[in-house]
Design a protein around this ligand. Structure first.
Ligand code: GLU
Length: 468
């Protein structure tokens, strides 16, 4: 009988939830869901100088937008200080940790001397208690730090669920400071106590933490705590093959919302960023959870591909319900100061454009002329509204005016345009293009009869009359 799977996402609230963090969260979440386990959110806010409430909120917003709900938490490390201090006291009592009074300048001298001898700088263990070893006399007025008594000799190893076996020689690992002079616990120590207390069974995190892992394992062992399995995810590279950073544009998850991406497109995209299931490219969140496993995560770095994300976004927009897209467009238009209530039903206009929009902002751009007063530029008018076109549109205006609201339907509208072309001796585009310019201030659109239908009789006649 194996224990229930418990994973966690443990961001430090020092900035936005970025795309790499979101992928870590997604994989941790999916692994828990795949195994009917629990997903825990833990906010690692002990870096008081860099942690902000805004960043905490940005993380919570990003997780919510992505739909990655936690089963427990959020737990805040700053609220767990008494617990960390309690464990430190226990370790001091058990002799797995010890006080070290070496002042900063002495430590610096120690490192200087080591560097001068061509050695790797490290704490030399002068305060480390050993059987039969005399310790220095504690100096007056110095508050000691607490160091972990790392095992001497041997290796610390684990079978990383992504990277395979990883080994560190214990002699490479310093006796880590677990509490500073002022008593505050340090980063690696808090992670250990949390993973232990929260019963984490699989730690899934970025591979920038590989070097912390042997230290954390050794502390867990010293505490007699179970050691979780570890899965370290490789980093994400930008489109250009360099480490993903702000330079590459949208790296904050909420920026993708602003840029018009649907969360399911981002989820599907992130799922394939370093993980695969055969050749499957498009799959739902439910399908992903069913398929997800750590064995198919690639240990090499994954490269971001904006084109592919756009392709997925286009797919999801095409398949999203019109009502949902209309809501998205309405809020985007409202943010631009355009009142969508002033136009025809956005839903029917959405249906015309959703096949071609790559993102929701583009969809909003396309729909804006439907709900707001449009002003074709002088250049557009000069380019497309010549005398022949003007005469034909006047003819069309007469035919359209003769249609009642009840008759205002695609078939009748299409017939009116065709008749106009025949009578004016013009080809379809010679009428349709200037018509688009007058109605939408742009020379292209989906089928013109459908556009007329959606715009509605009053709006079409008014826009034509304004120019003819
Ligand atoms: N707080 C760490 C970070 O934001 C993650 C720690 C962990 O997952 O163990 O990178």
């Amino acid at each position: 009988m194996t224990s229930k799977v418990r994973t966690r996402f443990a961001p430090s609230p020092t900035g936005f939830l970025h795309i790499g963090g979101a992928r870590t969260a997604l994989f941790s979440w999916a692994f828990a869901k795949r195994h009917q386990g629990d997903f825990i959110l833990r906010i690692e806010d002990t870096d008081v100088a860099r942690s902000t409430p805004e960043a905490v909120q940005a993380i919570l917003d990003g997780m919510q937008w992505l739909g990655l709900a936690h089963d427990e938490g959020p737990f805040y490390q700053m609220q767990r200080m008494p617990r960390y201090k309690e464990v430190i006291a226990q370790m001091l009592a058990a002799g797995t940790a010890y006080h070290c009074y070496t002042p900063a300048d002495e430590l610096e001298q120690m490192r200087e001397a080591q560097r001068a001898r061509g050695e790797k700088p490290r704490y030399d263990g002068r305060w480390r208690p050993e059987a039969g070893k005399p310790l220095p006399v504690a100096p007056e007025g110095v508050t000691p730090v607490v160091r972990f008594k790392n095992p001497a000799g041997g290796v610390t190893a684990w079978d990383d669920l992504v990277k395979g076996r990883i080994e560190f020689s214990n002699d490479e690992l310093d006796d880590l400071i677990i509490a500073r002079g002022d008593g505050t616990p340090t980063y690696n120590f808090c992670v250990v106590v949390d993973d232990w207390d929260m019963g984490i069974t699989q730690v899934i995190r970025g591979d920038d933490h590989v070097n912390n892992t042997p230290r954390q394992i050794n502390i867990l062992k010293a505490l007699g705590a179970p050691v979780p399995a570890y899965a370290h995810l490789s980093m994400i590279l930008g489109d250009d093959g360099t480490k993903l950073s702000k330079r590459h544009g949208a790296v904050s998850v909420m920026q993708y919302d602003d840029d018009g991406y649907l969360p399911e497109a981002v989820i599907n995209y992130l799922a394939r960023l370093g993980w695969s299931h055969g050749d499957e490219e498009i799959f739902s969140r439910e399908q992903f959870v069913e398929w997800f496993d750590l064995a198919h995560i690639t240990p090499s770095a994954a490269q971001f591909n904006t084109e592919k994300l756009n392709w997925l976004n286009q797919h999801y927009i095409k398949h999203a319900a019109d009502s949902r897209l209309a809501g998205e467009v309405a809020s985007r238009l409202a943010r631009r100061g355009v009142n969508p209530e002033a136009g025809p039903e956005l839903e029917s206009a959405v249906a015309l454009y959703k096949e071609r929009a790559v993102n929701l902002n583009e969809l909003a751009d396309a729909l804006e002329p439907f709900v707001t007063e449009i002003r074709p530029s002088v250049e557009l008018l000069a380019q497309h509204l010549n005398d022949a076109a003007r005469a034909a549109l006047k003819l069309l205006r007469g035919k359209l005016g003769a249609l009642s609201s009840a008759q205002w339907q695609k078939a009748a509208l299409s017939a009116a345009i065709k008749e106009t072309c025949t009578e004016a001796g013009l080809k379809m585009p010679q009428v349709a293009i200037p018509l688009r310019v007058l109605l939408l201030a742009q020379p292209q659109s989906p089928a013109i009869d459908a556009v007329l239908e959606v715009l509605g009789r009053d709006r079409v006649l008014a826009r034509l009359d304004h120019h003819l």
